[in-house]
Design a protein around this ligand. Structure first.
Ligand SMILES: NC(=O)C1=CN([C@@H]2O[C@H](COP(=O)(O)OP(=O)(O)OC[C@H]3O[C@@H](n4cnc5c(N)ncnc54)[C@H](O)[C@@H]3O)[C@@H](O)[C@H]2O)[C@@H](O)CC1
Ligand SMILES: Nc1ncnc2c1ncn2[C@@H]1O[C@H](COP(=O)(O)OP(=O)(O)OP(=O)(O)O)[C@@H](O)[C@H]1O
Ligand SMILES: [Mg+2]
Length: 374
């Protein structure tokens, strides 16, 4: 029924208007109720059946958290519990990289770095003396065209000096979308891949990789953590289709497989995690507050747990008891579960006024409830 330029015909328009009126009429709603009572499969029932499938893949997140969280052993030295670097923070956004980096420390990482623009650095430093902040990135507005090449190579060498020390990078919280800055970050990602450093990619990092899939394609140590918008863009780009909520696990599996078996953590009412081989869900009760910044806590948390899962798997050799031995999946499950638990605890205290900082303050206690420090 489409005419030239993809415009619907008048007939189709009338049909659609009739259906809308029908759907809202009391007679139609009563008919639907009768069909449901008599056993006809309504959309709701089909949806419920799929939700039941989804339940069967619920991860045993607490066991994973217990298995991969390292003991507080006095013989360990600084750095062994993890060194994380967040690549993000620009003129507009200074909160997001701070949330990601401080969350990593509050969970138990030893060192947390932030690589951000020169403008953002003093602001992020002023939030916390705990973070190591490198003012190395540049946006187009602050440089001349003829200087771009030399500045790009300077940025890269500044980050390269540190690269081998990191257990995981978080790419994207508050990064912005400046083309020059994103070109530099693409090069940083290529460096990280060469050194086999895991990467959690979030926020504007997802904007970058959705348009440049080669940056992560086939890299098993990458985790993408899309929110609803970011997931939609990824599905449209990679699968050339729309998001299918009725078959969410299957679609996520195809997406992860298609990009080359990296791990995707799809955030939502339940978080879904897939590496293209399996799909797990984390449905622990979280918070009904949707204040900005909760995804940033998650990206920093996944980075820490991913590093711990890698250490655990290496140390435990083949004897480890975990059903998934993919550290990116284990790290995603652990991060998702802990952030949701912390969000629910924060909401218990603060109700409607819960903000991201309140959730960060609950990370420690939430982990303590699962695996006490002593
Ligand atoms: N306190 C902070 O500093 C926070 C910063 N945040 C950062 O904010 C940035 C955006 O994240 P969101 O979760 O809001 O992103 P979303 O993709 O969910 O949407 C952001 C907004 O940008 C619009 N948009 C979509 N495509 C665009 C494009 N190509 N160019 C310009 N605008 C576009 C969307 O319509 C939406 O209104 C990320 O860097 C993220 O990390 C958030 O994490 C929230 C907290
Ligand atoms: N409807 C929901 N119910 C419960 N928890 C949710 C819901 N939606 C998201 N979450 C949880 O909130 C956290 C952040 O997800 P969200 O989709 O808000 O990320 P985001 O949009 O990237 O956040 P940010 O503002 O940091 O960019 C995740 O831990 C996710 O599990
Ligand atoms: Mg986000």
């Amino acid at each position: 029924m489409l005419m030239k330029h993809g415009m619907p015909s008048r007939l189709a328009f009338l049909d659609c208007a009739k259906n809308c009126m029908l759907a809202s009429s009391p007679v139609f709603r009563r008919q639907q109720f009768l069909i449901r009572s008599l056993g006809g499969a309504s959309d709701h029932q089909i949806h419920f059946a799929k939700m039941k499938d989804l339940k069967s893949v619920e991860a045993d997140a607490e066991s994973i958290l217990r298995a991969i969280t390292p003991p507080l052993d006095p013989s360990r030295h600084k750095g062994q519990a993890g060194k994380i670097a967040v690549i993000g923070g620009c003129r507009e956004y200074t909160g997001a990289p701070y949330f990601a980096a401080i969350s990593a420390l509050k969970i138990g990482a030893d060192l947390s770095h932030v690589f951000c623009t020169k403008d953002a650095a003093p602001v992020i430093k002023s939030y916390s003396p705990e973070l190591i902040v490198h003012p190395v990135l540049e946006e187009s507005y602050s440089i001349r065209d003829e200087d771009k090449r030399s500045i790009a190579s300077k940025v890269l060498s500044e980050v390269d000096k540190w690269m081998e020390r990191f257990d995981c990078l978080v790419i994207g919280p508050g990064l912005g979308r400046d083309p020059f800055l994103l070109d530099c970050v693409s090069e940083i990602m290529r460096l990280a891949k060469k050194s086999n450093i895991p990467m959690v990619i979030d926020g504007d990092g997802l904007f970058l990789v959705t348009n440049n899939l080669d940056l992560v394609s086939g890299y098993a140590l990458a985790v993408l953590t899309p929110n609803v918008n970011e997931y939609k863009r990824l599905v449209q780009k990679v699968l050339s289709s729309e998001v299918n909520d009725l078959d969410a696990p299957q679609q996520l599996l195809s997406l992860a497989k298609q990009i080359g078996n990296l791990t995707i953590l799809r955030k939502g009412k339940s978080d879904l995690i897939s590496d293209g081989e399996t799909v797990k869900s984390v449905s622990i009760f979280g918070s009904p507050r949707r204040c900005g910044g909760q995804g940033d806590i998650l990206s920093g948390s996944v980075a820490v747990f991913l590093s711990w899962a890698r250490q655990h798997i290496l140390a435990a050799d083949a004897n480890t008891n975990l059903s998934s031995k993919n550290p990116t999946v284990l790290g995603s499950i652990a991060g998702s579960a802990l952030v949701r638990k912390a969000a629910s605890l924060a909401f218990l205290n603060k109700k409607r006024s819960t903000v991201t900082g309140d959730i960060i303050e609950c990370l420690g206690r939430s982990l303590e409830d699962i695996i006490p420090a002593s």
